[in-house]
Write a protein that binds this ligand. Structure first.
Ligand SMILES: [Zn+2]
Ligand SMILES: [Zn+2]
Length: 297
């Protein structure tokens, strides 16, 4: 119908007046959104390009600063001396998703760092590979139907996967030891993430472990550098035992499962788990029964 009207207008050489108060179009999900507003990101040259091509369907920034600064890129978090502030119109959800990816990348780097320091994996013939790195993509590109759940990291013995790791990061420590500041009161995991973990187990028949990394930002004005400062892990059976309840996430409509944080252990305990044949034990346990990570409310 609108098409017919527009065609008629074009044919009679008229056009609709532009509404000066129309909501802005979110660059990521490409629709008008009442809460879309200018969002600014300090980015290096290649990440600015990646934002446009991978997340914003080729849309160039509305504005880029003429001034360059020496600082940390908000996406790759590497230091450059030609960082610029770039702005796009974004709705609140898309802005939050984009800002979280930079932290996710820093978190994954920290996993590699702790792994190399604390886990004698090479001696056991094991290799850790990042199999689902945080990626820029337009909203809605990954639909539930065509989505294959990959663990964030996969542990290989030769070419055979022997374990998966689901990585979560946040600003708070998981427990009183091994991190900085007051720990979180309870651990929150979207029920869709729980379902992803269960899908990996069903497909690969390998145990999946949950990792929480504490990532803190420190100002390097006007930019921010992210630091991984703590890492904890737990297994599926311990998670099952520490499940508390399912609730609607605050500010959102998704369901989250809540767990008691005493389920978390430090990296040294994972080294001991690997060294004492824990992987094989967990694999045998999986054959007997798949843990129930949460019970719907
Ligand atoms: Zn960058
Ligand atoms: Zn959006």
């Amino acid at each position: 119908m609108v098409d017919l009207i527009l065609t008629a207008l074009v044919q009679s050489e008229l056009s609709l007046a532009v509404d000066p108060w129309a909501p802005y179009v979110c660059a990521r999900h490409n629709e008008q959104a009442g809460d879309a507003a200018l969002a600014g990101f300090f980015l290096c040259v290649s990440c600015r390009d990646r934002y446009s091509t991978r997340a914003f369907s080729g849309k160039a920034p509305e504005w880029v600063s003429g001034e360059v600064v020496d600082g940390y890129c908000g996406h790759c978090n590497e230091r450059y001396d030609d960082i610029r502030l770039a702005q796009w119109f974004l709705c609140n959800i898309c802005e939050r998703v984009l800002r979280s990816i930079g932290r996710g990348i820093a978190s994954a780097k920290y996993v590699h760092q702790v792994w190399e320091q604390a886990i004698p994996a090479a001696a056991l013939g094991l290799t850790l590979v990042e199999t689902d790195p945080p990626q820029l993509r337009p909203r809605g590109r990954r639909t539930d139907a065509d989505r294959i759940s990959l663990p964030d990291f996969t542990l290989y013995s030769g070419s055979a996967p022997v374990a998966g790791f689901e990585l979560k990061s946040g600003k708070k420590a998981a427990t009183r030891t091994g991190g900085i500041g007051e720990p979180m009161a309870r651990f929150q995991l979207d029920t869709t993430d729980c379902d992803d973990i269960l899908a990996v187990i069903a497909r690969e028949a390998v145990p999946v472990y949950l990792i929480h990394v504490q990532v803190l930002g420190r100002a390097h004005p006007p930019t921010e550098r992210y630091y991984g400062v703590g890492l904890w892990w737990t297994d599926l059976w311990t998670m099952e035992q520490h499940f508390k309840n399912v609730d609607i996430r605050s500010r959102e409509t998704r369901n989250a499962a809540y767990f008691d944080t005493s389920m978390f252990r430090l990296p040294d305990a994972f080294a001991a788990h690997l060294g004492s044949g824990g992987l094989e034990r967990d694999r045998a346990r999986l054959v007997e029964r798949t843990p129930q990570l949460y019970r719907p409310a």
